[in-house]
Design a protein around this ligand. Structure first.
Ligand SMILES: NC(=O)C1=CN([C@@H]2O[C@H](COP(=O)(O)OP(=O)(O)OC[C@H]3O[C@@H](n4cnc5c(N)ncnc54)[C@H](OP(=O)(O)O)[C@@H]3O)[C@@H](O)[C@H]2O)C=CC1
Ligand SMILES: O=C(O)[C@@H]1CCC=N1
Length: 273
C-alpha cells in the first residue's frame, strides 16, 4: 500500500492523538499536514514531528490523498466549503470524525461523487488504545478503505459498521463511553471519602482498580459475567453491593443515558444538516 498524504483540518485533541499515532506507527512526517486558524494548536502538532502546518484549510488540503475533518460539528460547514475544490481536484478520501455530521450533509458541500468515511473514535486514542467505528460510502474504493483502516488503526482498534445510523449507537457507547467510566470513578472516590478514606487514597485505589478491571476485561478471554462472579463471594461484600446496584436500577439508568446520547447524535445531525 502506498503512503498517502494526509491533511488534518482542525488541530485539536483528536487530531493530535491520531497524528501522534500515525507518526509512532512510522508514517513519514513529510506526508502529514494540518490546518487550524490558531497557531498555538499547530505548534503543539509540530512538537510531535516535522509536519507542514497551515492556517488556511484549502492550502492544507491541496494535493492530499486523505483529508481528515477533525473540527467541532459547529464549524464543519465552513471547513467543508473551504476544502471542497481541493478534494474534488484530487479525488481525495474525506474522513470525518465529527459527531452528528451526516454523509448527506457532507455530500451537499463536497459533491455526490466524493469518497467519504464517517468515523467515531474516542479519546483513549491519545494513548493508542482507542476504539473507532468506521462507515464507508459506496464511492470509497478498496485502497481508500485500507487507508482509513490504517489511519485509525494507528491509535487503537477499528470496527466497520454497515449502516450510518449505527454510528449514533457507537457514539453513545464508545464515543462518549470514556466519560461514563470517569463518572463512575468520580462517584466511587466520593463514596470512599464518605466511608472515611482520605481523598488521595480513594483516588489512587479507584484509578488502579479501573486499570486492573479494564485489563482483565480486555486481555483475557473470560467473559464479563464470569469475571464479576469471580469477585463475588456468596453472601459477601460484592454481592451486597451488586444487589444494591440492581435494586437501584443501574441497568435502566445506563440504558437511558445511552439512549439520550444516541438521540442527541441524531438531533445534532438534523440541526447541522
Ligand atoms: N473529544 C472526544 O471525545 C471526541 C470528539 N469527536 C469529534 O472530534 C471532533 C474534534 O473534537 P476535539 O478534537 O475534541 O475538538 P477540539 O476543539 O480539541 O479540536 C478542534 C480544533 O479545530 C479548530 N478549529 C476551529 N475552527 C476551525 C476551522 N474553521 N478550521 C479548522 N480548524 C478549526 C479548533 O480551534 P479552537 O479550539 O481554538 O476553536 C480546535 O483546535 C469533533 O467534531 C467531535 O465531535 C469524536 C469522538 C470523540
Ligand atoms: O460529546 C460529544 O459530542 C463528542 C462525541 C463523542 C465524544 N465527544
Amino acid at each position: 500500500m502506498s503512503t498517502p498524504t494526509i491533511a488534518f483540518i482542525g488541530a485539536g485533541n483528536m487530531a493530535r492523538s491520531i497524528l501522534g499515532g500515525l507518526l509512532e506507527s512510522g508514517h513519514p512526517a513529510g506526508s502529514l499536514r494540518a490546518a487550524d486558524p490558531f497557531p498555538d494548536s499547530l505548534e503543539q502538532l509540530r512538537a510531535l514531528g516535522p509536519i507542514a502546518t497551515f492556517t488556511d484549510n484549502a492550502e492544507a488540503a491541496r494535493g492530499a490523498d486523505v483529508v481528515i475533518l477533525a473540527v467541532k460539528p459547529q464549524v464543519m460547514a465552513e471547513a467543508l466549503s473551504a476544502i471542497a475544490s481541493q478534494v474534488a481536484e484530487n479525488n481525495a478520501l474525506v474522513i470525518s470524525i465529527a459527531a452528528g455530521i451526516t454523509v448527506d450533509s457532507m455530500r451537499a458541500r463536497l459533491g455526490d461523487g466524493t469518497a467519504i468515511v464517517r468515523c467515531m473514535p474516542n479519546t483513549p486514542a491519545l494513548l493508542g488504545c482507542g476504539a473507532s467505528a468506521l462507515y464507508a460510502t459506496g464511492q470509497v474504493g478498496p485502497a481508500q478503505r485500507a487507508h482509513a483502516e490504517a489511519i485509525l488503526g494507528a491509535v487503537g482498534i477499528v470496527e466497520w459498521v454497515d449502516s450510518e445510523s449505527a454510528l449514533d449507537a457507537i457514539t453513545a457507547l464508545s464515543g462518549s463511553g470514556p466519560a461514563y467510566f470517569f463518572l463512575l470513578m468520580e462517584t466511587m472516590i466520593d463514596a470512599g471519602v464518605e466511608l472515611g478514606l482520605g481523598r488521595e487514597t480513594a483516588t489512587v485505589m479507584a484509578r488502579q482498580t479501573a486499570l486492573g478491571a479494564a485489563r482483565m476485561a480486555v486481555e483475557g478471554d473470560v467473559d464479563l459475567v464470569e469475571l464479576r462472579r469471580r469477585v463475588t463471594s456468596p453472601g459477601g461484600t460484592t454481592q451486597a453491593a451488586v444487589e444494591s446496584f440492581e435494586a437501584s436500577g443501574l441497568r435502566d439508568t445506563v440504558a437511558r443515558a445511552m439512549t439520550a446520547a444516541a438521540e442527541r447524535a441524531a438531533e445534532m445531525a438534523r440541526e447541522l444538516a
